[in-house]
Design a protein around this ligand. Structure first.
Ligand SMILES: *[C@@H]1O[C@H](CO)[C@@H](O)[C@H](O)[C@H]1NC(C)=O
Ligand SMILES: *[C@@H]1O[C@H](CO)[C@@H](O)[C@H](O)[C@H]1NC(C)=O
Ligand SMILES: *[C@@H]1O[C@H](CO)[C@@H](O)[C@H](O)[C@H]1NC(C)=O
Ligand SMILES: [Ca+2]
Ligand SMILES: [Ca+2]
Length: 605
């Protein structure tokens, strides 16, 4: 599939030329008459969409128990339509003991009782589809709850399930003396402590890369691979439009057969300031990014594509969650033997590589890095926050909300919004007493838990300024509502002329223009503070973002950007900018305040 920014059949007079545009602009002009409109490749439904991540526990509570649920989501379908998003993806909604809030699934084929019933889910899908909203689920292949039937049967060595999980005998340094058994290796869990947990029932250790209650599946077991496809098919048949694939780098661990029959210890990282139980104390060579995992991802893509073909359905998309280095990340798109993988791996660069201290050059570099490494013919994507990381305005600065949302919406490919980003929601304060995140409880204490806790990014959504921010009629919610809800909430932002939400709506609307869906992109740092992104498509209006990411006012000369032409007008701007929609901006020197962002419209260059 051709990628968005190099869509090419351009009709110029009577000649057809192909304009390939990567980074810089190199249009071939072959005719004397003025250019006519380019032929635009029709995009598949997902290629230019906005995906909105819902954390179901915290989105909307329909029955007053203080926990978000499916009926709550269904009741707010209108919010997605008004916001201009094309798809929602929900963090796990399946039965779970909630040790890791749904990422510890005990039944992959049903709905968690707090969230509703299968009928509620079917209604959600139906209502969403009626309103043009696609529905994506979270697929958690790496592990199952130790309360799942899979685990219970495997622990009991029930035929067919013996090898469903990664079971290992203890190491007995003193002959056969079981009372001084040791774990098979020094591997560390993502949530701290050893990955190995002893089973009295089976008299073996099982492996868990996350919580003790999340046992890792054994992906070398064919029955597990089959079961994964069965789960995927089940939800495809329920009408879901695709999956976000959880924790993929952790699918495989080193095989003892390749290491003389033992689980090899990992080398120590030398990070001596860490406690030996903490992730980072060892260098993870044997429990993440193993090359075998990609074959499984490619297998899932084959499965999804053939299901679509057999059923004459619209494309089902697979989105890989993988915190990995750039080369291991890009491999999720596909490999050099032209095997195809995920539709895209999430681009976490705005989370892992940029922060409040980043300057405009850092931004330009990080954006170009993704575009440079992405194998050709693929679609980019941009993530600014999620349920595992501090919220976007808290990681960056609160004065950057509109500029960051503009960057998200103006960059080529798929934009991903975590619930609350559209209104600039910040991290909520969650006391140690109120903390429920297993990552914080396992690794932190009353003084340092905030460096581990994901609760601040998971506090309930701010609908309005009523009880519990309109999230629930219950004043007590599963996590406390952030205190700033009286000022930062959706209703308040709908009522005023200028708000993050109003800017967000204008930005998502802009994405339906040919310039944004098919145009080239050009990104540069005009200086240390000011980032410029230009989207251009011959014969269509040009849209550009000029964004001061720095903490001081700065003046730049827009005339230096060759794709801009007069008249330049403000399409939308950050809420504190003194330049408002419709204002004219000179093609010359412009001073931008810290965090100020202008989205400008100009005639096609
Ligand atoms: C096994 O080890 C325990 C603990 O060190 C010790 O008390 C016990 O005597 C040992 N048993 C045998 C049979 O060596
Ligand atoms: C990325 O990670 C892989 C696997 O851990 C490693 O082999 C490779 O050298 C790394 N590449 C870069 C660019 O860091
Ligand atoms: C919390 O843990 C840190 C690191 O292990 C330690 O330095 C600190 O004293 C602990 N604080 C409390 C209140 O236990
Ligand atoms: Ca509820
Ligand atoms: Ca695993």
């Amino acid at each position: 599939m051709a990628s968005l920014w190099k869509v090419g059949g351009i009709t110029v007079g009577v000649l057809v030329v192909v304009g390939v545009v990567v980074g810089s602009i190199t249009w071939a002009v072959l005719a004397s008459r003025g250019p006519s409109a380019p032929e635009l490749r029709e995009l598949d439904w997902w290629e230019n969409t906005v995906i909105y991540q819902i954390y179901p526990r915290s989105f909307k509570d329909s029955d007053g128990d203080g926990v978000g649920d499916l009926k709550g989501i269904t009741s707010e379908i209108e919010h997605f339509v008004e916001s201009g998003v094309g798809a929602i993806w929900m963090s796990p909604i399946f039965p779970s003991p909630m040790v890791d809030f749904g990422y510890d699934i005990s039944d992959f084929y049903d709905i968690h009782h707090e969230y509703g019933t299968m009928a509620d889910f079917e209604e959600l899908v139906e209502r969403a589809h009626q309103n043009g909203i696609r529905v994506l689920l979270d697929y958690v292949p790496n592990h199952a709850s130790t309360e799942s039937e899979y685990f219970i049967k495997s622990e009991a060595r029930e035929p067919g399930y013996e090898n469903y999980f990664v079971w290992a005998d203890p190491v007995l340094p003193d002959g056969n003396n079981q009372s001084i058994r040791q774990v098979p290796s020094n591997w560390l869990s993502q949530f701290g402590g050893t990955v190995w947990e002893w089973s009295e029932i089976r008299q073996q250790y099982y492996l868990h890369q996350f919580a003790i209650e999340q046992a890792d599946f054994n992906f070398r077991e064919p029955a597990v691979r089959q079961e994964m496809l069965k789960i995927m098919r089940f939800w495809f048949e329920k009408g879901v439009d695709g999956f976000r694939l959880d924790a993929l780098p952790h699918l495989f661990e080193a095989n003892p057969d390749d290491h003389g029959g033992v689980y090899p210890d990992e080398p120590l990282s030398g990070n001596m300031w860490l406690n030996p139980d903490q992730i980072g104390y060892t260098t993870q060579l044997y429990i993440r990014d193993l090359i075998e995992l990609y074959d499984v991802v490619y297998e899932w893509r084959d499965f999804a594509d053939s299901w679509v073909k057999q059923n004459g359905a619209d494309t089902k998309i697979l989105l890989a969650e993988a915190y990995a280095n750039i080369s291991m990340t890009m491999l999720y798109y596909g490999d050099e033997r032209s095997r195809v993988g995920a539709h895209f791996p999430f681009n976490f660069d705005f989370i892992t590589s940029l922060s409040a201290g980043s300057n405009a050059r850092d931004f330009a570099y990080v954006i170009r890095r993704w575009m440079t490494y992405m194998p050709s013919g693929n679609v980019a994507n941009w993530v600014f926050g999620n349920h595992d990381n501090n919220r976007m305005p808290s990681r960056f600065r609160t004065d950057m909300v509109d500029g960051l949302n503009a960057l998200n919406m103006l960059l080529p490919g798929v934009a991903i919004t975590y619930q609350g980003e559209e209104i600039g929601m910040r991290d909520g304060y969650v006391s140690w007493e109120d903390t429920v995140d297993v990552q914080a409880l396992n690794q932190g204490n009353a003084s340092n838990y905030l460096q581990y806790s994901r609760d601040p990014a998971r506090t309930p959504y701010h609908w309005d300024s009523s009880t519990s921010a309109g999230f629930s009629t219950n004043p007590k919610t599963w996590l406390p509502v952030a205190e700033d809800y009286t000022t930062i909430n959706l209703r308040a932002q709908k009522l005023v002329d200028r708000s993050h939400y109003k800017v967000y709506q204008l930005l998502t609307r802009l994405r339906s223009t040919a310039t944004l869906s098919h145009g080239s992109y050009h990104v540069e740092a005009l200086n240390q503070n000011v980032l410029v992104l230009v989207r251009h498509l011959v014969t269509y209006d040009t849209y550009s973002l000029v964004f001061n990411v720095g903490t001081e006012a700065d003046t730049v000369d827009l005339a230096k950007i060759s794709l801009l032409q007069e008249p330049l007008s403000v399409y939308t701007s950050s809420i504190h900018s003194r330049r408002v929609n419709g204002d004219t901006v000179p093609l010359g020197e412009v001073t931008l305040q810290p965090g100020e962002a202008l989205v400008l419209r100009s005639p096609s260059a």
